[in-house]
Design a binder for this molecule. Structure first.
Ligand code: TXA
Ligand code: MG
Length: 350
């Protein structure tokens, strides 16, 4: 059913309380409200309102077997949602919350099955964005919020991305400008024997190991069992309409340029995602003016900037109607490098 989607613009640093109380009221009444977090925009809904959670899955076109992250204002507010708060969770929370880390814990019976996709665990995060924090405080309820995109589209890093996907399907967008981190939170599963990263993000494995030395990345095996627990983890995600190819490794840029020249000679229009360092290597490509649009994401040594521009660049290239998108890979294996590689490889699943 088509609804009117209102947009409320707020100052990202000091949001107007009156504007936020309207958004909070909408959430409390079961409405769908998109809001900025420091990672990406979330599509929020009262996490204990089953009917509202079902409407959220409908609005996104998200399969019901992909569980949601519940956002709370503080560690104290997490208590009622989980079976217990293990020491590890408490320590990680005091170091990384508010911030881009999601913890998967054994859930309490208060959390509806609709939120957890029937799992015995629940994912929880305390976001750092001033607008998200203020909204959670005023709403006074836990807020389940997946990224505010249509299922399998790239996550939104601006309010305009949310509207492109969800205008007419949700009640409200709180526009707090561009998000800062640009890729979704690190998801850490604390419910099993070994603390395992299910999704890489800005909080890196090294940062986590300072507090929990036993943290592991998910192995291929762990991915399979995680996927059985959380089928959403395996599906095509973050994908543009145009097929995307990622070029990893030390010869990645050279292979990208070769492929680009061949494709353009065959009449294709290309979108290219590059680093500032690639300008010389791309001069051959630049010469085919009109055939290629190049998005420079920043220096390969400045991954925070690259990550913050990643999804906007994919969306812009895609919207310009190119036939294919070619993306260079970024070196390194710390948090953001792993996160960028993970998102590009998921976006390129054919
Ligand atoms: O940065 C973020 O995490 C953003 C902002 C809005 O907070 N949210 C976000 O939500 O990315 P979403 O729904 O797009 O991704 C949530 C991820 C999915 O991969 C889901 O499978 C996983 O978290 N997840 C949620 N609950 C889980 C659970 N109980 N066990 C395992 N994985 C879970
Ligand atoms: Mg998502």
């Amino acid at each position: 059913m088509e609804v009117m989607t209102d947009v409320i613009r707020v100052d990202p640093g000091t949001p107007d309380p009156a504007a936020l109380s309207r958004a909070a009221e909408c959430l409390r009444r079961g409405g769908l409200v998109a809001f900025p977090t420091e990672t990406v925009y979330g599509l929020g809904v009262h996490a204990l309102d089953r009917a509202a959670v079902r409407r959220l899955f409908d609005a996104k076109g998200r399969p019901a077997n992909d569980p949601l992250i519940v956002h709370v204002e503080s560690v104290d507010r997490m208590q009622a949602l989980v079976a217990d708060v293990p020491d590890a969770a408490r320590q990680l929370a005091s170091r990384f919350w508010p911030g881009p880390l999601t913890l998967v814990l054994l859930r309490s019976s208060r959390v509806p099955d609709e939120v957890t996709a029937g799992l015995n665990t629940v994912a929880i995060r305390v976001p750092a964005h001033p607008v998200a924090r203020a909204l959670l405080t005023v709403a006074g309820v836990p807020v389940a919020a997946p990224s505010a995109n249509l299922f399998s589209r790239p996550s939104p890093t601006r309010a305009s991305h949310v509207l492109d996907d969800l205008a007419g399907r949700i009640d409200l967008v709180v526009d707090g400008g561009a998000t800062q981190v640009g890729v979704e939170s690190t998801v850490l599963d604390l419910s099993g024997e070994v603390p395992t990263i299910l999704r890489p993000g800005a909080v890196s494995i090294d940062m986590l190991r300072e507090i929990l030395p036993r943290v592991e990345r998910r192995s291929a095996e762990a991915l399979l069992s995680a996927a059985m627990k959380s089928p959403g983890l395996l599906e095509r995600h973050y994908s543009p309409r145009a097929p995307l190819t990622a070029y990893d490794g030390s010869d990645g840029v050279a292979r990208l340029v070769r492929d680009a020249c061949t494709s353009m000679a065959n009449g294709q229009r290309l979108g290219i995602m590059a680093a500032d360092e690639d300008r010389d290597a791309l001069s051959d490509v630049e010469r085919h003016r009109g055939r290629a649009t190049i998005a420079y994401l920043g220096s390969e040594r400045d991954l925070p900037t690259v990550a913050s521009r990643l999804y906007a660049a994919i969306r812009e290239l895609d919207a310009s109607g190119v036939d294919r998108i070619l993306a260079r890979g970024f070196p390194g294996d710390d948090g953001l490098a792993a996160a960028i590689r993970d998102r590009l490889s998921r976006a390129s699943v054919p």
